[in-house]
Write a protein that binds this ligand. Structure first.
Ligand code: ZN
Ligand code: ZN
Length: 125
């Protein structure tokens, strides 16, 4: 099954032809600010913003130069994986989260209707 994620203006599109390894609800401050291995084909221009992760690791966020939407990212922590913003698939039937991380900065009103692991920080490496 193929899923397509795209930015707000549609210029940056990503086709994914595998199911996600994990669907993670991340509550960290950086993910909140920017409002899981797959087979990927990216199309259209993207710019990269590199930000610091934990322990000097880097994350490379790929965003659309026209509308600014972050569609996917690569992380030093998991070099064989590519992360996607689930919202960019515009699919309300997308698989639900398999874990919730960085709950130490989670908003109090966020709750899950299903049972998943709750981690105060990221998953231990
Ligand atoms: Zn765009
Ligand atoms: Zn995060």
């Amino acid at each position: 099954m193929t899923r397509t994620a795209h930015c707000s203006c549609g210029a940056l599109r990503v086709e994914v032809s595998a199911d996600p390894d994990a669907v993670v609800a991340c509550h960290c401050g950086e993910c909140q600010r920017r409002t899981g291995s797959m087979f990927v084909r990216a199309e259209g221009p993207s710019k990269i913003f590199v930000r610091d992760g934990q322990e000097r690791r880097k994350l490379r966020m790929h965003f659309c130069p026209t509308c600014g939407t972050t569609v996917f990212w690569e992380a030093d922590l998991r070099p064989d994986n590519i992360g996607f913003a689930v919202g960019a698939f515009r699919d309300s039937n997308f698989p639900r989260p398999t874990r919730s991380v960085w709950e130490e900065s989670k908003h109090g009103w966020v709750a899950f209707a299903h049972d998943i692991p709750h981690l105060a920080q990221g998953r231990p490496t």
